[in-house]
Design a protein around this ligand. Sequence first.
Ligand SMILES: NC(=O)C1=CN([C@@H]2O[C@H](COP(=O)(O)OP(=O)(O)OC[C@H]3O[C@@H](n4cnc5c(N)ncnc54)[C@H](OP(=O)(O)O)[C@@H]3O)[C@@H](O)[C@H]2O)C=CC1
Ligand SMILES: O=C(O)C1=N[C@H](C(=O)O)C[C@H](O)C1
Length: 269
Amino acid sequence: MAVNIAILGVSGRMGHAIVGEIALDRRCNLHGGIVRSDSEFAGTDIGVFAGTGFSGVSAVVRLEEGAKGAHVVIDVSVPDATVAAAERLAAMGGIAMVTGVTGLDAEQLERLKAASERMPILAARNFSLGVAILEDLVRQAAAALPLHRWDAEIVETHHRAKTDAPSGTALMMGEAIAEARSQAFDQVAMMGRSGQTGYRPPGTIGVASVRGGAVIGEHDVKFLSDYETITLSHVAHDRRVFARGAIDAARWLAGKPPGLYSMRDIVSG
Ligand SMILES: NC(=O)C1=CN([C@@H]2O[C@H](COP(=O)(O)OP(=O)(O)OC[C@H]3O[C@@H](n4cnc5c(N)ncnc54)[C@H](OP(=O)(O)O)[C@@H]3O)[C@@H](O)[C@H]2O)C=CC1
Ligand SMILES: O=C(O)C1=N[C@H](C(=O)O)C[C@H](O)C1
């Protein structure tokens, strides 16, 4: 069965990339697209503005209209829209949601989790398989390297248009290190540095963000000791890697029971 997909945030960078990958995949259909209420793309053909050719599917501003008849909504919008959509889709029933949106705060994450009690939601701060592997390698390294001798630092680099920092992927890596060290990440994270910072407290995890150009996404996880440094890195060359992962997630999630899922559930089968 081909999976009918609607895209929330279809006019964005990721929205365009996902439309492009759906056009190449016979196992799924572009079923709908939702844009902001005052978007210039409202009412226009999605394939035309995404550059894949006339699709016969127009962008709409009402979620319920764009999602009607879809098996899965892929959300690549913004945190406020993500949470509102999860709650409204849960009320609709009979639909699943894949969200890749990052930068949700604690209250928004709680609301997303509450919605997943009524519908299947897969939340992925990074849709790339390569990043899933990086996370495993980072966890393994953190478990093996004594925290009082090995300082963990994360540096993420993204395009100038990224509006949240640090990246969701960087936070994933920090959480993996902290978990491997039996630490609470929010207790040991050092988000950016400036001024007289004093001696680096052992066992902390530094996170730094670089913004500029059109960088798709680069993550370096460093473990630094007195005599050597280990750097585990991932470089995304094209948003299509994320789009492919989002579509694979949507195809996997369709028909699942309510719950909050992650890319790890897909990898583990
Ligand atoms: N999980 C992953 O692998 C990846 C996740 N991301 C994340 O995805 C998100 C989007 O990234 P990106 O595509 O680069 O960002 P963009 O800003 O290009 O896209 C976001 C889109 O959401 C739209 N939007 C905003 N509010 C609403 C609303 N209320 N209803 C419908 N649409 C809305 C925006 O419309 P408008 O332009 O009109 O404001 C815009 O088109 C970010 O959080 C990013 O971190 C990005 C890449 C990979
Ligand atoms: O905003 C982006 O572009 C990306 N955001 C995600 C994140 O915040 O980790 C994933 C990827 O790095 C690209």
